[in-house]
Design a protein around this ligand. Structure first.
Ligand SMILES: Nc1ncnc2c1ncn2[C@@H]1O[C@H](COP(=O)(O)OP(=O)(O)OP(=O)(O)O)[C@@H](O)[C@H]1O
Ligand SMILES: [Mg+2]
Ligand SMILES: [Zn+2]
Length: 336
């Protein structure tokens, strides 16, 4: 290997992917990389869904190489998404066929958990992953409406296992398909957790990279029992920047820590509002709360989402923003 090739390879290794927030070397992405003095080729393996991402990745890596003193090296790499299964809480066993279950939780109700869960699931699917969503909010299931499946019922061809419904390319199961929310209100905690764990296990999910669980709001017995019984890879906490939402989100975080479920990060929803008339920015629920909470607890702030009436309208219409307005995805917007 020439010195030049070694130097080019070293700069590729030090490229930090904005989604992974890691260098390609640390991410173990470069086993199938091929470098010459003129070209970076071969395949880069990222542990995330990568469909639609290659153009953006190549331009960013090209810019990185140019800045590192290697202009004119053509970046022709292909990307492969390799979604590995992460471990689950002991002594639970992973759900067969499902690589990663991710719980979306909040503490406080109404902060946008279901909206984030639906959009996250759809974004992973858009990236080429095999995805399912389980709506575990027995008292207020939202996924049937948000995914345009209201009034439908899953079938049970063998009389025992439920076939999930499908919407926008993801598999969907909701307690709302089976139980009337008004009827469930009188159920006691153990009955609820029993019904939900059974629903998780008795659904024919098939092979999935990710199963998103839209958790019921709160941090009571039901949530605690679910976080102990559902074999998850990690949990995502949704909050608004408002103090009372953050206080409840901290309880949610503490609950997952107690049962040794890794908290993958915080999503701050309704972070700001951009006025549709004059464009001025208003922090309706306060500013910077998600970032402060993330820093205090040593977890990542994964993203901040605006309060925007289109987010609500699109979710109410059964096609959340990720499918209704995919131009928000940078790699797709370039085509418009
Ligand atoms: N970023 C946003 N911009 C505008 N509206 C939003 C946004 N996020 C959520 N909403 C709307 O706010 C309402 C509450 O959101 P959602 O149902 O996702 O919250 P939740 O935390 O799941 O609530 P619950 O505790 O009842 O389960 C919904 O009508 C939703 O469409
Ligand atoms: Mg909800
Ligand atoms: Zn205004």
């Amino acid at each position: 290997m020439s010195d030049m090739v070694r130097r080019i390879r070293a700069s590729v290794e030090q490229y930090s992917d904005p989604y992974l927030r890691q260098t390609l070397l640390d991410a173990g992405a470069l086993e199938h990389l091929r470098v010459t003095e003129r070209e970076v080729g071969g395949t880069i393996e990222l542990g995330i869904p990568v469909r639609g991402y290659v153009d953006q990745f190549r331009s960013a890596l090209t810019a990185h190489l140019t800045a590192a003193g290697h202009p004119g090296v053509a970046v022709r790499v292909e990307l492969r998404g390799v979604i590995v299964a992460h471990s689950v809480q002991r002594p639970l066993k992973p759900l067969p066929g499902v690589s990663n279950i991710v719980a979306v939780a909040s503490g406080k109700g109404g902060v946008g958990k279901s909206t984030v869960a639906a959009n996250l699931a759809l974004a992973w699917a858009a990236g080429g992953a095999r995805v399912g969503i389980l709506d575990a909010d027995i008292y207020g299931p939202s996924q049937p409406i948000m995914l345009g499946l209201q009034g439908q019922r899953p079938s049970a061809p063998d009389g025992k296992h439920l076939l999930p419904l499908e919407a926008h390319g993801i598999k969907v199961m909701s307690i709302g398909f089976l139980v009337d929310a008004a009827q469930a209100v009188v159920w006691r905690g153990p009955m609820v957790t029993q019904a939900l764990t059974q629903l998780l296990g008795d659904t024919t999910w098939g092979e999935l990279d990710y199963l998103v669980v839209d958790m019921p709001p709160g941090t009571g017995d039901i949530q605690l029992t679910l976080s102990q019984r559902v074999p998850v890879s990690g949990a995502l906490i949704v909050t608004t920047p408002q103090d009372i939402a953050l206080a409840d989100a901290r309880k949610g975080l503490a609950m997952f820590e107690k049962v040794a479920v890794p908290v993958l990060g915080i999503v701050e929803n309704m972070s700001l509002h951009v006025c549709t008339h004059c464009g001025h920015v208003e922090h309706i629920f306060g500013e910077g709360g998600g970032a402060r909470m993330a820093a205090e607890h040593g977890v990542q702030l994964l993203g901040s989402l605006p309060l925007d009436s289109r987010v609500r309208e699109e979710a109410d219409g059964g096609a959340p923003s990720v499918v209704s307005a995919p131009m928000l995805r940078p790699e797709l917007s370039k085509r418009l």
